[in-house]
Design a protein around this ligand. Structure first.
Ligand SMILES: Nc1ncnc2c1ncn2[C@@H]1O[C@H](COP(=O)(O)OP(=O)(O)OP(=O)(O)O)[C@@H](O)[C@H]1O
Ligand SMILES: [Mg+2]
Length: 404
């Protein structure tokens, strides 16, 4: 086979007509909004009831959606808003909605600017006082003479950056004559509600919808539905779907995880030229997904954090116990810095970076009491040493310094 023929065979395997595995790969991505959401009927009906006053030109209550990651909050919100919009248009009801992902748009300035923009008023990306941007948004809303439903997804992230974002939003209706606003707030942070100012809290959580984690059998139903659309008929083994569901059920019933496993398993089967997706592919998919997250996080880390990880890795290879104190860690860190000619940070700063690595799930650190010697911090790797090794090896400055 010539080189070109070889490549053509690869492309053929992906092309729609000849792909034996996928019918519509995109259906399995988690950005896809399916129009059936098994086991979330109660949640979408409740949300529809809350928003239904729109159809009578009345203002819906604000509503607060919460539940673990991958429990369907975003999917349900988009689904209900899309249907409501269609319905309102048909009946000539004046309503609009704006969906804001606060993971991407995370300050009150940017959120107000985004909302103003959705109403057709452009606002400079920076430079104005936030109050003024809010007023521009308010004006734009008033001029539209409409009922605006704003869905703020991942609101905990916005509140972290702009703690007072909700105050003006929850009070805006008293200043508006011709328009009204209602808010759908969404979060997967269980402690979020308690962090809110009491006045905002009571207004934002007028209604609440809880999204419980999916059980394994519920995940099976979800996957079966998606598989029907995404894969060719009878390509996926039942056992493969069962395993995806079981693994994701262990991870807090995360449907996103389940879908990722199934999609990646399909991709692995496709790459092998296999005709079916089996349990074995799902097991391999689990490895790929886990490896990827560690590798991805690592590539985004600054060199200092990588050096700290390398020091922890080396110490955990050297030592019999995994009790690495911050003192020992700092010594090893300094050694590595010397080896590669990197400027050393203070022990305190290294401690901060260790906390960051902890937050990213790369290491675990805990404070232990050492009797009369006071308290000290113990650090250990939170991911497989091999994964750290594989990722650090790719860095030309660090690869040769890894203990094996
Ligand atoms: N009941 C369901 N039926 C079909 N697909 C679902 C269902 N629930 C969730 N999904 C799918 O699972 C993925 C994750 O769901 P979604 O994004 O809605 O989770 P979330 O609760 O918003 O999570 P996060 O808190 O991490 O944002 C999406 O691809 C979504 O389409
Ligand atoms: Mg979401």
């Amino acid at each position: 086979m010539s080189g070109a023929e070889d490549l053509e065979a690869i492309f053929d395997r992906f092309s729609k007509q000849t792909n034996p595995i996928f019918k519509k790969r995109d259906v399995l991505r988690h950005t896809y909004v399916p129009d059936r959401l098994p086991h979330r009927e109660e949640q979408y009906r409740t949300l529809a009831h809350v928003l239904a006053p729109v159809m009578a030109n009345e203002t819906p209550s604000n509503v607060f959606l919460h539940g673990k990651p991958g429990s369907g909050k975003t999917a349900v919100t988009k689904f209900v808003l899309n249907v409501l919009k269609r319905k309102a248009e048909k009946e000539n009801i004046n309503m609009m909605f704006s969906y804001v992902n606060c993971q991407l748009i995370d300050t009150s300035y940017r959120i107000f600017a985004h909302l103003a923009q959705d109403l057709g008023k452009s606002v400079p990306i920076t430079g104005l006082p936030t109050d003024e941007v809010f007023n521009l948004f308010k004006q734009a809303l008033e001029e539209k003479k409409t009922m605006l439903v704003v869905a703020l997804d991942e609101i905990d992230l916005a509140v972290k950056k702009s703690p007072d974002i909700f105050y003006p939003l929850t009070r805006i209706n008293s200043d508006l004559k011709h328009s009204k606003l209602s808010i759908i707030g969404i979060t997967n942070d269980v402690h979020f509600k308690n962090k809110l100012d009491p006045r905002v809290k009571s207004s934002l959580t007028e209604q609440e919808i809880v999204f419980p984690p999916y059980t394994a059998p519920q995940l099976v139903d979800i996957l079966v539905e998606r598989a029907k659309e995404g894969f060719h008929e009878d390509v996926v083994d039942d056992a493969a779907i069962g395993l995806c569901a079981a693994l994701a059920a262990q991870e807090n019933g995360d449907a996103r995880r389940a879908l990722d496993l199934l999609r990646v398993a399909g991709e692995l089967a496709e790459r092998e030229g296999a005709s079916r997706v089996t349990e074995e592919h799902v097991r391999k998919a689990l490895e790929v997904i886990e490896r990827n997250t560690v590798a991805e996080v690592l590539t985004t880390l600054p060199i200092q954090s990588k050096v700290i990880l390398l020091a922890i890795y080396n110490l955990s290879k050297e030592k019999i116990t995994d009790e690495i104190t911050t003192g020992t860690l700092y010594e090893e860190y300094c050694n590595v810095c010397n080896d590669i000619g990197l400027e050393k940070l203070t022990q305190r700063r290294v401690g901060d970076l260790v906390n960051e690595l902890d937050m990213l799930g790369m290491v675990t650190s805990r404070v232990v009491s050492k009797g009369r010697y006071g308290r000290t911090k113990i650090v250990s790797l939170a991911v497989h040493a091999e994964e750290i090794k594989n990722a650090l090896e790719k860095d030309y400055r660090l690869g040769t310094l890894l203990n094996s």
